[in-house]
Design a protein around this ligand. Structure first.
Ligand code: FAD
Length: 411
């Protein structure tokens, strides 16, 4: 497909935020060109989805194609610390909404979304990376590098969904360090023949390995399971071996998963990612909006990344449509403040996970089911539901509850 040289909207990146935004804008009559640096399928991490992202997929008319992929259904999450465990079932969440979602190998998931966009008639140019953008009064000129050389695309608006590429923040010096301390992850897809004896695959597991390190276990419908350790970068420095030797050694030290994966094969050499928490002062500017990971990515513990990518794309798409119709849009209030509201709820839960506050709540021997349902809604991604006291007064209620449980010996 040749690249359109003049469009209403240029979308950078064909990850979930790019595909969802492109689809909604295309359905509303805008001409859209997506440019994607990589050839698909490509690997990206972020395999555990949250129910809230289903609403964005549905509006983007991308839900049916995901259903057809036969991905592992996800009905909840289990948290484990020593011999204590806490199950959250989305069916028991407080907020009305989706009660399930999926666990997905992202190469397949993202390819399904992008291919469906192409079937709708959206032009996606793969192996086409943005190298320069010049903003003018009512349009921008973006230079992209393709296999055939450089090309220019004129657009009225740009949606930057470039994920870890962070095209516009990097190009225009908008990057800011996030407030969270740096973390590192070591992870792999692993064969999982013993799964049936130990784990219902329709939920992910997050295991507290030591006070600052936790492990994700995300089973896929193809029989493999994604396993990753996340912790302070120093924690991993104690190992000088190859990534595979490191990961095998770490798995062997964690009783919850040691037996399950002792003889398992690694599907590929384990990968390392670190220092992913980053933000920008503003998520919008004249002629552009940032979506997904380009806005702010916190931490993988509560699987918020794809859901925030999906919700930001959905919201941004509508605001771009209105802007290009000539309507006045208050980007600060309608986009930035709205996104920050959800991000800040997740930030409280991430902070309270790492400082141990949430452990007091999750692993209490006497949980109150109504409160658990309210926290479950946050873990389902319904972080904008102000009827939920654990959303509206997130920090006060989480910290207050943990203090109460500690004071009454219920921790
Ligand atoms: P991406 O999925 O990153 O897509 C961006 C696309 O833009 C890419 O395809 C890229 O090739 C393209 N691109 C980049 N630069 C350019 C350029 N110059 N020109 C053109 N195209 C470009 N999230 C979850 O929801 N669940 C999880 O379980 C989870 N686990 C995680 C574990 C770890 C260790 C980390 C670090 C993150 C995790 N995340 C998770 C977060 C998740 O990876 C991201 O939030 C999610 O992928 C964001 O989607 P996106 O569409 O914004 O960007």
């Amino acid at each position: 497909m040749s690249i359109l040289n003049e469009v209403d909207v240029l979308v950078i990146g064909a990850g979930p935020s790019g595909s969802i935004a492109a689809s909604i804008m295309h359905q509303n009559g805008l001409s859209v060109q997506v440019v994607e640096k990589m050839k698909f399928p490509r690997f990206v991490i972020g395999e555990s989805l949250l129910p809230r992202c289903m609403e964005a997929l549905e509006e983007a008319k991308l839900l049916d194609v995901v259903k057809q992929q036969g991905f592992q259904q996800k009905d909840g999450a289990r948290f484990v610390k020593g011999d204590r465990k806490c199950d959250f079932n989305f069916s028991q969440q407080f907020t009305p909404g989706w009660k399930w979602t999926w666990q997905v190998p992202r190469a397949d998931f993202d390819t399904a979304l992008a291919s469906e966009c192409e079937k709708m008639g959206i032009n996606i140019a793969y192996e086409t990376g943005v190298t320069d953008i010049k903003f003018h009064n009512d349009h921008s000129i973006t230079t992209v590098e393709t296999k055939e050389g450089f090309k220019e695309i004129k657009a009225k608006f740009i949606v930057d969904g470039s994920g870890y590429g962070r095209v516009i923040p990097r190009m225009f010096g908008l990057e800011r360090a996030a407030k969270l301390p740096p973390k590192k992850a070591l992870f792999c897809h692993i064969t999982d023949p013993k799964r049936a004896q130990v784990h219902e695959p329709n939920r992910i597991i997050a295991i507290v390995h030591n006070p600052s390190t936790w492990i994700w276990v995300i089973p896929f419908s193809n029989g493999n399971t994604s396993v990753g350790f996340v912790g302070d970068p120093d924690f991993f420095d104690q190992f000088e071996d190859t990534p595979e030797e490191q990961l095998r050694a770490l798995i062997a030290t964690e009783p919850t998963i040691a037996d399950r994966f002792v003889d398992a094969d690694f599907v590929w050499e384990p990968r390392v990612l670190q220092s992913w928490s980053v933000t920008t002062d503003s998520f919008y500017g004249d002629g552009y909006v940032l979506t997904g990971n380009v806005t702010e990515f916190l931490d993988p513990i509560f699987s918020s990344g794809v859901t925030l990518a999906a919700v930001s794309a959905q919201l941004a798409a509508h605001l771009v449509i209105r802007t290009l119709k000539g309507e006045k849009v208050d980007w600060q209030k309608e986009y930035m403040d709205k996104m920050m509201q959800g991000i800040d709820v997740f930030r409280t839960y991430v902070d309270c996970w790492y400082d141990g506050t949430l452990h007091e709540i999750f692993f209490t021997p006497n949980p109150r089911e109504d409160i658990k349902g309210q926290i479950c809604s946050v873990l389902a991604g319904y972080v904008w539901d102000e009827d939920n006291p654990f959303v509206k007064n997130h920090e006060k209620n989480v910290k207050g509850l943990a203090k109460y449980l500690a004071a009454t010996g219920n921790n």
